[in-house]
Write a protein that binds this ligand. Structure first.
Ligand code: ME8
Length: 521
């Protein structure tokens, strides 16, 4: 047997300074859907997420709460892990940058940069935004020295820093992006990075003096400085891959040999707000130590409220867990994935949420209920053995479209194709009128209708599984399957002769606000 295809997927590691919100949930669910799709397609997946726990932002938030930074990080790491459990996130590894193993990898990485002559010392003079954890030059700033990204006031700093010779890699990076058109997707983000790289690249400050910031990884070559939080954070992707083993002696750190590890990552899934760090800082740092680059970056858009990016600190955040309590986890996942075209922006509105929920209830849920009810009523709950009644072309086309869309990370299109198939199957029911066929002397036409509905439900189960894993496991069980089939098996798994089971609606109809209780699965 040939070895299974391996896929290593990552989300950003989220700042442990605040609670998980809808934006974090979107990225993580997107990664989860891609991971589940890959697993269902036969791949062996390493899916990484975690928390970013060092830096000034965390130090200041801990001080504001009157706790130690590590206490805040422990609390928030648990909040994120809990949110991901309730949102059915199937991550394989949750990394925290305060893990000693990670800190050792950061030091090994920086020592390697130092040994290769990639780091020098200089005085930094400029403006810093703690919220974005990044430097700005004076000409970048808005009125009142505001951060151009988040609008908060920046502060002036002048201090000794260590710098990475990032500028030396500008040409190599541009060439890499030009030679690999799919390295950054979607294309609009690739063009954004190429545009950014038209200006001369500066060197990157990679340290902070402990006199200003204590909460970080101490540099291996200067005890009085800690690593810049972004450098520390980006290295998490390497730590989790197992490529760097700090316990090895300096001359055999295995930097050049990543075999046996999961490096390079196949896909970094991020929001467009952190494109420069992932598409410029990270690859040049990897070039600096002589490691292969990540294979691909997918930068998605923002959930916005009006014109503004939805974020905790702007006070306009929708709590995905609250929606979940009302509609169930899989409905939240479905809404977020179906509503936002991967790469573009989308705005959350309660009306759109309900419209998307109604699709689940009235199209997919209704198809499952009525099909199972008719098999129950007319054939004593056993799927008849009969030829296709005419849906085979629609099934093949939905599978093809979904596969192709997923290969291009167009999750919304893949799900749209799946929902269209459910809609076509409802149309098929209206057209065949099984309740009239039941009165025919010839059992064949009704057998055909019911067998076709059984087959289409199996395929829908496979197609919706990545986005609605709990509901599809439930549906598979009702269809008498041993589990949700893989995409390859969905067409061939025998359906005839299986005993189906009626149950409560998969997606209970949304009741008007005020009359809603808790429904969950
Ligand atoms: O940037 N819409 O962490 P962070 C969509 N620690 N996605 C959103 C969003 C929105 N309105 N708001 C946030 C950091 N996100 C660093 C990352 S990685 C080595 C270090 C998502 O907690 C999106 O994925 O600020 C964005 O990139 C990420 O949350 C930022 O999370």
């Amino acid at each position: 047997m040939s070895p299974r295809r391996r896929r290593y997927l990552t989300t950003p590691i989220y700042y442990a300074s605040g609670e998980p919100h809808l934006g974090h949930a979107y990225t993580t669910i997107l990664a989860d859907v891609l991971a589940r799709f890959d697993r269902q397609d036969g791949a062996e997946v390493l899916f990484l997420t975690g928390t970013d726990e060092h830096g000034q932002k965390i130090q200041e938030e801990a001080a504001r709460r009157g706790v130690e930074p590590i206490e805040l990080c422990d609390l928030m790491a648990e909040r994120f892990a809990e949110a991901w459990r309730t949102l059915h996130i199937s991550y394989d590894r949750f990394i925290r940058t305060t893990e000693p193993g990670h800190e050792a990898v950061v030091r090994t990485f920086l020592q390697r940069l130092w040994d290769r002559g990639q780091v020098y010392e200089d005085t930094y003079s400029g403006w810093y935004c703690v919220h974005e954890e990044r430097y700005w030059t004076e000409k970048d700033l808005g009125p009142g020295n505001a951060c151009p990204d988040c609008g908060r006031p920046t502060s002036h700093v002048e201090e000794k820093n260590y710098f990475f010779r990032m500028s030396a890699y500008q040409e190599a990076l541009v060439r890499h992006i030009e030679d690999n058109p799919e390295w950054i997707v979607p294309e609009i983000r690739r063009n954004e990075v190429l545009g950014f790289l038209q200006k001369p690249l500066t060197d990157l400050s990679i340290s902070r003096p402990k006199s200003r910031l204590r909460w970080g990884v101490t540099l291996p070559f200067d005890e009085e400085h800690v690593a810049y939080v972004w450098v520390d954070a980006l290295i998490n992707y390497l730590t989790a891959s197992g490529a760097i083993r700090p316990e090895r002696s300096a001359d055999e750190q295995g930097f050049d040999d990543v075999s046996g590890s999961s490096w390079p990552a196949d896909l970094h899934i991020i929001g467009k707000d952190i494109l420069t760090t992932h598409a410029v800082y990270w690859p040049t740092l990897l070039m600096g130590v002589g490691l292969p680059l990540q294979r691909q970056i997918l930068a998605h858009g923002w959930w916005v409220v009006g014109e503004a990016k939805m974020s905790k600190s702007l006070g306009n955040v929708v709590d995905p867990l609250a929606l979940r309590e009302e509609f169930g986890t899989d409905a939240v996942r479905w809404y977020l994935m179906r509503e936002m075209p991967t790469g573009g922006d989308a705005s959350y509105t309660p009306e759109r949420f309900l419209a998307r929920y109604d699709e689940l209830a009235n199209v997919l849920g209704n198809l499952a209920s009525r099909s199972i009810a008719m098999i129950d009523k007319y054939r004593a709950g056993v799927v008849p053995d009969a030829a296709d009644g005419g849906l085979d072309p629609a099934i093949a086309s939905a599978l093809g479209t979904a596969r192709e869309a997923m290969a291009r990370y167009r999750v919304h299109d893949a799900l749209g194709a799946a929902m269209d198939l459910a809609r076509a199957a409802n149309g098929f029911v209206e057209e065949r009128q099984p309740w009239s066929q039941a009165r025919d002397a010839d059992p064949e036409p009704l057998d055909e209708t019911l067998a076709t509905l059984g087959r289409v439900l199996v395929v829908l189960c496979a197609l919706f599984q990545p986005v609605a894993p709990a509901k599809m496991a439930d549906l598979a069980e009702r269809l008498g399957l041993e589990g949700v089939p893989t995409l390859d098996d969905a067409l061939s798994v025998p359906v005839a002769g299986r005993s189906v089971r009626k149950g409560a609606p998969l997606f209970p109809k949304a009741r008007p606000a005020g009359a809603r209780g808790t429904k969950e699965a």
